[in-house]
Design a protein around this ligand. Structure first.
Ligand SMILES: C[S@@+](CC[C@H](N)C(=O)[O-])C[C@H]1O[C@@H](n2cnc3c(N)ncnc32)[C@H](O)[C@@H]1O
Length: 186
């Protein structure tokens, strides 16, 4: 328990010191360091972006267009576009008038029920929606959070045209089931 608290404090403090809105910033930084997904002029769409730390981190890596959506409102971040809406229910391309997206980021979390299997399935549903969106808009790279569980492997095998990897950042709490799917078009 003490160890867990210390871990949280470390990234929480580090986020404060670096001016990030959330400790999750370090998850994207770790992903970028390992997989170099974001190139200097890439356009990025961030799904479930509130409070905005992935938008902040994205700005460090690209001069391209950066947009985000979330169910919740966020304080504006200069040089980025934001729309409050539900990814599962809205036509985002219309709303954001987005250009061709190079990297799709999703840190969306489902509403958790406390039942591991149900929560796993809800996060699989989000992952499948992210994948469909990537296919529809011919997006070459995407990252999607998932709560790990038994049906992940089978679902990833059905992702034709994408090579996928699983990554658990050190900044992600060890007690959490969250992991990240990193997908690149083959
Ligand atoms: C862990 S937070 C994201 C943190 C963010 N990456 C950051 O670094 O600031 C997950 C977000 O996903 C959003 N979310 C969950 N389902 C969503 C949906 N269907 N459409 C849009 N946003 C959603 C939640 O409102 C929540 O703000």
């Amino acid at each position: 328990m003490w160890r867990k608290k210390q871990h949280m404090d470390h990234f929480f403090k580090k986020a404060k010191i670096n001016g990030y809105r959330a400790r999750s910033a370090f998850k994207l930084i770790e992903i970028q360091k390992k997989y170099a997904l974001i190139n200097a002029n890439d356009n990025i769409l961030d799904l479930g972006c509130a409070p905005g730390s992935w938008l902040q981190v994205s700005k460090q890596y690209t001069k391209g267009w950066i947009g985000g959506i979330d169910l919740k409102c966020i304080e504006p971040i200069s040089g980025t576009y934001f729309k409050q809406c539900d990814f599962l229910k809205s036509d985002i391309s219309e709303i954001l008038q987005m250009p061709k997206i190079d990297v799709l980021l999703s840190d969306m979390s489902p509403n958790t029920s406390g039942y591991t299997e149900i929560d796993h399935q809800s996060s699989i549903n989000l992952l499948l929606a992210v994948y469909s969106f990537a296919i529809k808009y011919d997006i070459h790279k995407f990252v999607s959070k998932i709560l790990d569980g038994p049906s992940l492997k089978n679902n990833l095998q059905s992702f034709i045209n994408y090579e996928t990897k699983i990554f658990k950042p050190q900044s992600s709490k060890t007690v959490s089931k969250e992991i990240y799917v990193i997908a690149k078009k083959i």
